[in-house]
Design a protein around this ligand. Structure first.
Ligand code: ZN
Length: 150
């Protein structure tokens, strides 16, 4: 399926070159969280605004490899406007797509989650070192949400 791989590569490059929801939000009311992947030198900064249990706004910033930055961009599109519970569900499904199991080591049922263009990152699964790059944005967002709620 060379065509599908080409399409996936195109989506990743497009989000790397033109990241969506790039920038900063004023803190407060927004909350800032920062993630770093020392293996690759990737950095993702998220600015989140939670209103009534929903992610009302999200901006991302940072620098690093195409996987980390395109994943953060794809994440921002998927997460804005969603409830915290929905975001955690998508994050779990995304991790499961990359072969990452939950804390109990059990496989996760991802049938209900809509990953959309994020499926373009599925190929990363073949490169275990890059999985941390793909997860950096999501893990930073989840940390920020926990901190922002607390
Ligand atoms: Zn990376």
């Amino acid at each position: 399926m060379a065509d599908l791989e080409d399409l996936y590569r195109e989506i990743i490059l497009d989000h790397y070159r033109s990241p969506r929801n790039r920038g900063e939000l004023t803190c407060p009311p927004a909350h800032r969280a920062e993630g770093f992947n020392p293996l690759c030198g990737d950095e993702v900064i998220v600015f989140i605004e939670l209103v009534d249990g929903k992610l009302a706004d999200l901006k991302t910033n940072g620098q690093g490899c195409s996987i980390s930055q395109s994943s953060a961009s794809l994440m921002s599109e998927a997460a804005i406007g969603k409830s915290v519970d929905e975001i955690k569900e998508i994050a779990t499904a995304f991790k499961a797509m990359l072969g990452v199991t939950n804390e109990d080591g059990e496989a996760v049922d991802t049938s209900s989650a809509q990953l959309g263009d994020m499926e373009a990152l599925k190929g990363v699964m073949k490169f275990p070192v890059r999985i941390k790059c793909a997860l950096l944005g999501w893990n930073t967002l989840l940390t920020g949400i926990d901190e922002g709620q607390g």
